[in-house]
Design a protein around this ligand. Structure first.
Ligand SMILES: [Zn+2]
Length: 453
């Protein structure tokens, strides 16, 4: 009975949502606050963000991609790909074949980005759909020869309110109409690095500021009459771990620096060795209790971090809170990049708008699942990706979603109904008198004797 009712409701709902799809073109604003660790939501009082979540959805932990750095994870969000596939495998990279180098200060060569197709490109290739972006990593690069119709060249000194002002202006543009927009802000990452996440006094101040920015964004969307129609996702790329001067791994104590080139730094150090065996053997025993050393082919499968030429022959992965240096002192109290299994490395995701359910909470989803969800909302055919829409169905208003507890309940319910029906059938069968062929009762002679003698 439950199942029949659910299917009926689902059918009615699908029918209704199908009609509404013709009424308004779906629109989506994707926002990232860099380095917003998932548990900041529990540690700090963030009234504007909580207000946003109250009428929308929250994913408490997003399982992000290894390495848990900024450029790689921002590209995983917009492509649905692991780093080995989309090609942005670190914040600092070296390509041995071309001798090209990538860094946050030199990131606009399409060579690095063209191994994937981000959602703003796919969106823009559709008829009547246009993208806009305010400093989301990669949006000022000609990827697949395309930049968003509206975009800003990256400049960290441009204020959040200016970025929001541009986004709102572009979203209000009717020629061409913008259906996908992306917005990026550098905090709380910058302060997380500076103070470390355990400095709750300073982090509280920073997060109050970030929360006010969220309030400003929502207010701007309301004032411009976009709030009711637009879907907004607020998420981040990674979390933050506390570092310490007492947790340093000094490579110079183990091997001479001339033996290798350090391509990317802590906490996942990418090593280009002169002699691979020599360097590997020396580093393997450098700090075995606080750092893993992998040849490229030994990198654990769960990292999905192997099949790309830009991944160097040896990588060092520091344990949580440890910092790899040549021989320097600690230069920042917070860092990220560590194993993506650590909850401290996870960001959160919150979303609000007509495409999303209201008041729904999900424990976890994968960062690569965000992309197929966004494509679904925008009606785009996704590029091949590592994500799955099924993991995000419970967040979406037009999808039939059922959690494990509900599923078990329904199965038990159906079994009980079937068992009851079976029992009833057996009882009914036993009560029905068997039909024997009629035959005349044979009287015996003594039957004629009087009963009362
Ligand atoms: Zn970041």
């Amino acid at each position: 009975m439950n199942v029949v009712l659910l299917f009926l409701l689902n059918g009615i709902f699908a029918c209704c949502s199908g009609n509404s799809a013709h009424e308004a073109t779906p629109r989506l604003l994707l926002v990232s606050f860099d380095g917003f660790r998932a548990d900041y939501l529990k540690t700090y009082n963030l009234p504007y963000l909580q207000d946003f979540i109250k009428d929308g959805v929250l994913v408490e932990h997003v399982n992000n991609a290894f390495i848990t750095k900024t450029f790689p994870n921002h590209y995983s969000i917009v492509t649905g790909l692991y780093e080995e596939t989309h090609g942005i495998v670190a914040n600092t990279m070296f390509d041995a074949a071309t001798k090209k180098r990538f860094s946050p200060f030199s990131d606009t060569d399409p060579f690095w980005w063209d191994e994937a197709v981000p959602i703003w490109v796919t969106n823009q290739l559709q008829e009547n759909k246009t993208s806009a972006a305010a400093m989301w990593p990669g949006t000022d690069v000609h990827i697949q020869n395309i930049v968003p119709h509206f975009f800003m060249k990256y400049n960290s000194s441009v204020s959040f309110s200016k970025r929001v002002e541009n986004i709102v202006t572009w979203l209000n543009s009717s020629d061409p109409p913008v259906t996908f927009a992306a917005l990026y802000w550098e905090e709380p990452d910058a302060s997380g690095h500076k103070y470390g996440p355990e400095d709750t006094k300073n982090m509280s101040n920073v997060l109050q500021e970030v929360d006010k920015l969220i309030g400003h964004l929502v207010k701007s969307l309301k004032v411009s009459k976009l709030w009711e129609e637009i879907n907004v996702i607020i998420t981040s790329d990674h979390g933050m771990a506390q570092c310490s001067q007492d947790r340093l791994i000094k490579l110079d104590d183990c091997i001479e620096p001339q033996a290798y080139t350090l391509i990317d730094t802590s906490p996942v150090a990418a090593i280009l060795p002169r002699n691979e065996t020599y360097v590997y053997d020396h580093l393997k025993n450098c700090s075995p209790n606080h750092m893993k050393v992998y040849r490229k082919e030994e990198i654990p499968e769960r990292y999905h971090y192997h099949y790309n030429e830009r991944i160097q022959p040896i990588i060092l992965v520091a344990d949580e809170g440890w910092t790899i240096v040549h021989n320097e002192t600690l230069h920042r109290l917070g860092d990220h990049g560590y194993d993506n299994a650590f909850p401290s490395m996870h960001p959160f995701l919150a979303a609000h708008g007509p495409a999303f359910r209201k008041g729904y909470r999900l424990k976890t989803m994968n960062i690569v699942d965000i992309y197929p969800m966004m494509c679904h909302i925008l009606g785009l055919t996704p590029q091949p990706n590592n994500g799955s829409l099924s993991n995000a169905k419970c967040l979406l208003a037009d999808q039939w979603c059922i959690d494990v507890a509900e599923a078990i309940g329904i199965v038990i319910g159906v079994l009980m109904v079937l068992a009851t029906l079976t029992c009833l059938m057996i009882i009914m069968k036993n009560r029905t008198p068997s039909l024997r062929p009629f035959s005349r009762l044979q009287l015996q002679e003594e039957d004629d004797d009087p009963l009362i003698g």
